[in-house]
Design a protein around this ligand. Structure first.
Ligand SMILES: [Zn+2]
Length: 277
């Protein structure tokens, strides 16, 4: 059994770590980790653990994350992040994947990075900044091969467009999962459907079209204790009631469909605030 520890960098309350329009880095990282874990679950012989807070409410300190992975005896550690240079839009771009420096002392981390990195570049279709080494806590304090993927720049005019598309972040998660599967030479389960996210039937779910709808959806998600599904991931009936925040209701199947999407994100946010069950 191969044990994979995942970390979505930061939390929703972390100071800084925002795009120029206030999107949270954790929200991007979280989408990648959710998709990555869903795809990796299609393989035999793998156990997974998330070492950040999946609700995002607490920014779990890095030392707790690496201690948890070490105590669990993870075989590898994968951390998802998105880059930023500052608070203003720029034309910089690209994916970079880090291993602990010097890379020559960490051949297994490098091997893992070399499996993951090109697939992430391909999923994001942005500049390849290469596999690099750095002295980051999550890479230094983990006792197993570890990589940190910076999947794009939140303050890049080009990368941010990709990152606002839920499909692209799902593809990034899939890319990381496939890199992990290649590294371990995992075999896909015979009955798995690796192209379809494992969306479970629930009483009530919230649907978003892109990550720019995430802040509004998140408030509702916490209030209603309902999961948030990207529109792209939904096929067939996944809930009795769907509350649609910032996506078209066309083609969605549910006993009750509630549309809160406005003509822009401010109207959507106002609709969400007014909404009562
Ligand atoms: Zn980060």
């Amino acid at each position: 059994m191969k044990k994979v520890a995942w970390s979505a960098g930061h939390g929703i309350n972390t100071a800084g770590k925002r795009s120029p329009i206030g999107e949270r880095e954790w929200s991007f990282n979280n989408s990648v980790v959710i998709a990555g874990m869903a795809f990796l679950a299609n393989y035999d012989g793998v156990q997974q653990l998330r070492v950040d807070d999946p609700s995002g409410k607490t920014d779990i300190p890095l030392v707790n994350r690496t201690n948890q992975a070490n105590a669990w005896k993870a075989d590898i550690y994968v951390s998802s992040h998105h880059n930023a240079i500052g608070d203003e839009w720029g034309n910089h771009s690209g994916v970079e994947t880090f291993v602990m420096e010097p890379a020559s002392n960490n051949p297994l981390s490098l091997k893992l990075a070399n499996h993951i990195h090109p697939k992430v570049v391909n999923a994001m279709q942005i500049r390849d900044r290469g596999v690099k080494s750095a002295n980051f806590h999550e890479l230094r304090e983990t006792k197993m091969p570890a990589v940190l993927v910076e999947g794009g720049f939140m303050d890049s005019r080009t990368d941010s467009i990709k990152m606002q598309d839920a499909k692209v972040l799902i593809a990034q998660g899939e890319a990381i999962a496939k890199g992990i599967a290649d590294y371990f030479e995992l075999k896909i389960k015979p009955d798995s459907k690796p192209d379809v996210m494992d969306v479970k039937m629930v009483e009530r779910a919230i649907v978003i079209g892109s990550l720019s709808d995430y802040p509004a959806a998140e408030i509702l998600s916490i209030r209603l204790k309902a999961p948030i599904y990207p529109r792209h991931a939904i096929t067939g009936k996944v809930a009795s009631e769907l509350i649609v925040v910032g996506a078209s209701v066309n083609g969605l199947i549910a006993d009750k469909l509630t549309k809160l999407s406005g003509s822009n994100r401010f109207e959507t946010a106002a609709n969400v605030a007014k909404y009562r069950i």
